[in-house]
Design a protein around this ligand. Sequence first.
Ligand code: SF4
Ligand code: SF4
Ligand code: SF4
Length: 413
Amino acid sequence: MDVRVFQFNGCNKCFNETILLKGESKYKVEFIQDPQNWKEEKTDVSVITGFLLPENKDVLNKIKKNSEKVIAYGNCTTTGGIFALANQKGHEVSPLNKIIGDSISINSCLGEIEELKLEIEEIDLPNLKNLCIVCGRRKTCDYLDDVKRQIDLEDTETCFNDLGYLCNGFVSKECKERCIDYNAPCRGCKPIIERSGIRMLGMFGTLMGNFEVATEHSEKGATDKLADKDDDVTERLPDIVGNFFRFTLPTSGLPKGRIPSNGTLLEDVFTGRLIEELPLISGLLGGDHSISLTLKIIETYEEANNIEVSEQTKKYRNDLIKLENELQKVIQSKDPDQYKKITEEIRKIAGNMNLSNLFFGGFRSKIDENDNFEDYKTHVFDVVEGTYKNGSVEFTIDPTGIVKEIKIKEGYA
Ligand code: SF4
Ligand code: SF4
Ligand code: SF4
């Protein structure tokens, strides 16, 4: 079976993951990194990866015309994904089915290769459970007195929402990457229902004691707050859009924001987010540079604020950088066995390919059963206003810890 995989814009992690298709002799796989110059050819299956912009419409229609089946693989392509957060600042990231009409969607960030194989072979996907059903934490659904922003690692049994950390597990399907297993709350990359962000907002509102929710334009037309006036919710949980609609903004039904752009599309994704969310965002969208991008952001802040990290933390971080270099070579050679081996090693340290285990001060969960976790356990850090810079990454945060501006050297995503 002929399978053509196309990489459009931004993070190339889903594209790279399709190297694993080459491990199956039944597929004849071709990788197309420059779709705009693709020579039109008929194919059985076209797999689309990366986020999509209006200028990609013509070539996407050509792909549709020449393919028996078109599959959108990964959230960037199915819902606009995390890059669509930049739509608040005037960009036009769109889901594939809004551009070419119906297509098959494999949601999640990173897209799950097992689901892609099933779709290619027209085998029904398993009936997946709600993420909460398979989560090791347990819900009590008591009213919340307080919303918290940083995870306290001492309690590993109670539901994140009950502890005051927003977790989108209520509205997500069971998934492969399982951020929740690495002390990172779910951000909802694999929605189980339509308009999952609005539903989650309602649920969190109920836990908080039924605050009023009005998703309106602000005076400036922004969507990054709940109503014209700052209310209790926006004060306690800033970055509503980034928290509830991280992967689904174009399909959320929220009014389109018109906040002025701060820079490139990538920079506009980060601006307005919380400092403690930066590793979770850079871990997703840095493509084959996501490890170095995430560590640069973390280490820049640590150094400026004298956050000491242990020797064991440094060792694991160095191992990850070496693995990223090896991964980049394997991506060139497209060797599926090597790709599998190296990504498994990355997962062992970083938790998953979303790098959920990386954080300020150390790691969120234990890496090796022989380790003493106290040696490299992350800790709650103070938010310190300022500008942080180390050459390829520079960001400014305000007194509440919101990123006001960020500059990222070309080459990352
Ligand atoms: S950001 Fe996520 S969905 Fe988009 S290409 Fe990267 S891994 Fe895939
Ligand atoms: S909301 Fe999150 S932490 Fe709570 S049970 Fe569901 S997945 Fe687990
Ligand atoms: S736990 Fe992580 S990978 Fe799983 S659905 Fe939530 S955000 Fe996605």
